[in-house]
Design a protein around this ligand. Structure first.
Ligand code: SIN
Length: 298
């Protein structure tokens, strides 16, 4: 069996450094794993969110990369208002949205669906020049079992690379293409194809603008090739990185219930939705918060 252990090396190859984090005063934060994910309790997102709660939610997201809420019976207006706390809202370049709310993307799969959203590991809309900072998904209908979402920390994926690989990737950029991901994808929702879809070149390693930590920033959903290296080399390196980032050590898995919410930071997290619940229905709304142009800072 192949292993990612170094020869002659004792202990885990990936060691997550834990820090003592400042306690929270207005919310309760329960970590799902030492690496990624936390459930947030003692907050009602249908009510106004006070300044101190907003500050603590920002911090909980920065510390955990994806945060989850339970039993949040929110309206569409509550959802939009909550999203706006974190920035301007992003409008998806292709996906269907709720009538009269272009910022609110429909997430829906049922017996008749040809596909479900997010079945491939990805960060949302990384093909945009300024990809979204975060996504806030409210699931209001879900099967009793199945339909979980997996989240993977791209800080952990970066940290676990060998020093030689980090050196190789530093300064490289990659092409992210919306065309193959979006063309024809939403035809079942009556969405017409566009002439053009977004594409962008981004650093393979990006520095998070808030935490200043480095994260691996390539994904199977959008990244077609590395810029400036032969295509066979690009394919080899990307395939290695795609396999590497799927290591379960970097992941948490969220089991949805009616009125659960997940808020993930696209700058340091990839996710993958499991469509294992057919013919059952899973429905939700996603608000996506706009982001900045990715950069690398040594
Ligand atoms: C997505 O936003 O990629 C879909 C995630 C999900 O349905 O869990």
């Amino acid at each position: 069996m192949r292993t990612n252990q170094l020869k002659g090396h004792n202990g885990p190859r990936y060691r997550h450094e834990t820090h003592v984090e400042k306690p929270f005063e207005t919310i309760e934060v329960k970590k799902l794993t030492p690496v990624i994910g936390a459930e947030i309790h003692q907050i009602d997102l249908s009510k106004p969110i006070l300044a101190k709660q907003q500050e603590e939610l920002h911090r909980a997201l920065a510390e955990n990369q994806v945060i989850f809420f339970r039993d949040q019976d929110i309206s569409k207006e509550n959802h939009v208002t909550f999203g706006r706390i974190f920035g301007d809202l992003h409008i998806h370049p292709a996906a269907p949205h709720v009538t009269n709310i272009p910022e609110m993307m429909l997430i829906q799969a049922d017996r008749n669906s040809p596909r479900a959203n997010g079945e491939v590991w990805h960060t949302d809309v990384s093909c945009d020049q300024e990809p979204p900072m975060g996504s806030i998904l409210h699931i209001y209908e879900c099967p009793e079992n199945g339909g979980d979402t997996l989240f993977a920390s791209m800080y952990a994926a970066y940290d676990a690379l060998s020093e030689r690989m980090k050196t190789y990737l530093q300064g490289l950029t990659a092409f992210h293409d919306g065309e193959p991901a979006y063309r024809g994808t939403y035809a079942n929702f009556g969405v017409q194809d566009k002439t053009n879809y977004p594409h962008a070149e981004h650093p393979v390693i990006r520095t998070h603008p808030i935490t200043l930590k480095k994260a691996l920033y390539i994904n199977k959903g959008f990244t077609s090739h590395l810029i400036g290296v032969p295509i066979d080399e690009s394919d080899g390196i990307l395939n290695y990185l795609f396999e590497h980032m799927e290591n379960p050590l970097f992941q948490c898995r969220f089991k949805w219930q009616k009125n659960s919410i997940a808020f993930w930071d696209n700058r340091c997290v990839q996710h993958r939705a499991m469509w294992d619940y057919w013919p059952n229905t899973r429905s939700g709304h996603r608000i996506t918060v706009a982001g900045d142009r990715p950069f690398f800072q040594a």
